[in-house]
Ligand binder design. Structure first.
Ligand code: CA
Ligand code: CA
Ligand code: CA
Length: 642
């Protein structure tokens, strides 16, 4: 990174911080990449690859006739109807599961990857012309070299679960609209570099070392990927998406620094507010000694032993019974009764637990205490402006990434989830609190209303959330927060199906009747998706000479076919030879056909040339000619030259 770009970053940060209004940025061209040319993706995550299996209580599938629609398909339909063009599909972290480092319960909660499931997911997204973010939903994969090697072999093979060439090798040429997400959220606490004495002493400065370490792992992933010939977009994660010791205004320092030969990298920051970090912590001082220790309960936040606890008489709990002596106990919501009238009303601040209906009675318990971090004698909570500030800081982090590192932003998660202690209006993974909802609405508005727009996947549109009435769609179920916020829509472009005839050669255009003429055809898949079971047909005038079925042609692959035209029954005259590839479903491009004019002359006539009938097929390899002489049709599949 040059000095000039660094100054630009600082200038941008400062000027945005001062201006306080209109945030927009120019089209930076770091990496020679025009940011406005990166696909703008928007949609939802949460759904798992395993959710592609039939839901027998679902409606009829429109992607797989005769089946019931999977939850994956139902969510894709809903997203599509709401104007989104991308879906994030997650699977369990193979290596963390293998080595006992998964933090999910069960460890493979997100579902173990199978090729069959990814293939089905691609069929579904193809049907709706959507992009798919393929998310390895892990955290601890950078723990040590064993884990890193496992992780690389999972993606690139050889691997028991993914085959000889891994996930990338199997799907490299099947669908253009894939974004690989090598690792969901690297947990920097698991990095070897984090455990050095210096890092433990200097956690903030150590973030630089951790980011360098994570960058190295992502870079080796990218290098392997590009060496394999893969050109899909890849998304790398900011370390603060999981956890970091930086102040929120400096989270941009934790984006991995990457180089990419094909310039297709997105950077991601998961946009959430974590409630306990934003308020003064609350405890139940069971032994009434104004100190937190074993036996007391941390109601909000994790509190160190011996932390002094203060009192604020407005911290009350939701009165569940009419008993005079009722005290707070675990599970009872806490409210800050701002107007001190023992009734929950607007203006009071929910502290933790499910927010009760307005008018609910509140009760004091003097053992509910708090950690008065700013020593002002009152409990300080959060409000909408807390959400506004956090959203603005996160948006500036995104802009700073682009000005410093030059990559477009695609945030692969974000939402209204705010940790288990958050005061939820609706609880669970698809739930929200009033402030976290305000925050994510702000984020979405920043991303949508500036140029260039910033892409995102929100969390969680899935059937597994514990949110009441989450249904199949989670946060996108009617009435849930995903349907309450306002969001822009994203352009959906039909998938291009296009098999082009790129060469067409006949051994000679003057043919002696009775000769067997060798015809060479090259077809290339210039569309966005691997094609299966289409015909390549050769005809003279309107008579079919031959037809060959191509079982499979990956994206950008070239297939050489040869046909033999036996002219023993052909009358002398002029003929137009035509080769047609396809037709393919949805193919709208007319480059799938070529013609050549030939003359067939009487078998007894002498040829105009020297009559020495050598078959010369300039663009077809010798291998084909030999195979053709050996009496068969042949196909040679090769990759497009790099
Ligand atoms: Ca105590
Ligand atoms: Ca009140
Ligand atoms: Ca305070």
């Amino acid at each position: 990174m040059g000095r000039s770009r660094r100054s630009l970053a600082i200038f941008l940060l400062v000027s945005l911080a001062i201006s306080g209004v209109a945030l927009f940025f120019r089209s930076y061209q770091a990496h020679g990449l025009d940011l406005s040319s990166s696909p703008l993706l928007g949609g939802w995550g949460g759904v798992r690859l395993k959710d592609v299996s039939q839901n027998f209580t679902g409606p009829s599938s429109i992607v797989f006739p005769g089946e019931r629609a999977s939850n994956f398909e139902q969510i894709a339909i809903r997203e599509s109807q709401l104007g989104f063009n991308a879906i994030r599909a997650s699977f369990a972290p193979y290596c963390s599961v293998q080595y006992g480092l998964s933090n999910s319960s069960p460890p493979d909660f997100m579902g173990n990857y199978t090729q069959g499931e990814l293939a089905r997911a691609l069929s579904i997204v193809e049907y709706f012309n959507m992009w798919i973010i393929v998310d390895y939903h892990g955290y601890a994969e950078f723990t040590n070299s064993t884990m890193i090697n496992c992780w690389l072999s999972f993606w690139f093979g050889p691997n028991r679960a993914t085959g000889p060439t891994g996930v990338v090798g199997a799907f490299r040429d099947e669908y253009s609209r894939i974004v690989w997400e090598p690792l969901n959220e690297p947990d920097s606490g698991s990095f070897p570099v984090s455990t050095t004495p210096w890092c433990i002493q200097n956690p903030v400065q150590c973030e630089t070392n951790m980011t360098a370490y994570a960058s190295e792992q992502y870079q080796s992933w990218l290098n392997k990927d590009r060496r394999m010939g893969d050109t899909h977009w890849v998304v790398a994660q900011n370390l603060c998406s999981y956890a970091c010791d930086l102040d929120r205004t400096h989270a941009y320092l934790d984006y991995p620094k990457l180089n990419d030969t094909v310039q297709r990298v997105y950077e991601s920051l998961h946009t959430y507010v974590y409630y306990p970090k934003m308020v003064e912590h609350v405890a139940y001082d069971a032994n009434n000694n104004t100190k937190f220790e074993f036996g007391d309960t941390a109601i909000v936040g994790f509190i160190d032993d011996n932390t002094p606890l203060s009192s604020d008489s407005k911290l009350k709990f939701v009165n569940a019974t009419t008993k005079v002596g009722e005290t707070w106990s675990r599970g009872k919501a806490v409210i800050y009764d701002a107007n001190n009238d023992n009734i929950f009303d607007t203006g009071d601040i929910p502290v933790t637990g499910i927010v009760p209906p307005l008018g609910t009675l509140l009760k004091s318990d003097s053992l509910i205490r708090f950690v008065d971090s700013d020593a002002n004698g009152v409990w300080d909570g959060w409000n909408n402006s807390t959400g506004d500030t956090a959203a603005r800081q996160d948006y500036l982090n995104m802009l700073n990434e682009t000005s410093r590192l030059g990559w477009p932003v695609l945030n692969t998660e974000g939402g209204a989830f705010c940790g288990s202690m958050c005061p939820y209006v609706a609880p669970g993974a698809a739930g929200y609190s009033s402030v976290s909802l305000r925050y994510i609405q702000d984020i979405v508005s920043y991303e949508d209303s500036n140029i260039p727009r910033i892409g995102r996947l929100l969390w969680a549109a899935a059937s597994w959330t514990s949110t009441p009435n989450g249904g199949v769609y989670g946060a996108l179920n009617p009435g849930q927060w995903g349907t309450i916020i306002s969001s822009g829509t994203f352009t959906t472009i039909p998938i291009t199906h296009d098999v082009a005839v790129t060469s067409f050669d006949v051994s000679d255009t003057t043919i002696r009747a009775g000769a067997k003429v060798l015809v060479g055809v090259n077809v290339r898949n210039v569309g966005e998706i691997g094609e299966k079971d289409f015909n390549v047909t050769l005809s003279s005038n309107n008579t079919i000479i031959g037809e060959q079925t191509v079982a499979s042609l990956p994206v950008e692959a070239v297939l050489s076919l040869s046909f033999t035209w036996n002219t023993s029954q052909v009358r002398p005259g002029n003929y137009v030879l035509t080769v047609v590839a396809g037709p393919l479903k949805g193919q709208a491009i007319s480059d799938n056909s070529r013609t050549i004019g030939v003359s067939v002359i009487d078998g007894r006539q002498s040829l105009p040339s020297d009559g020495f009938a050598v078959l010369v097929l300039p663009s077809v390899s010798a291998a084909i000619i030999i195979a053709a002489f050996a009496g068969g049709l042949t196909m040679i599949l090769r990759r497009k030259a790099a």
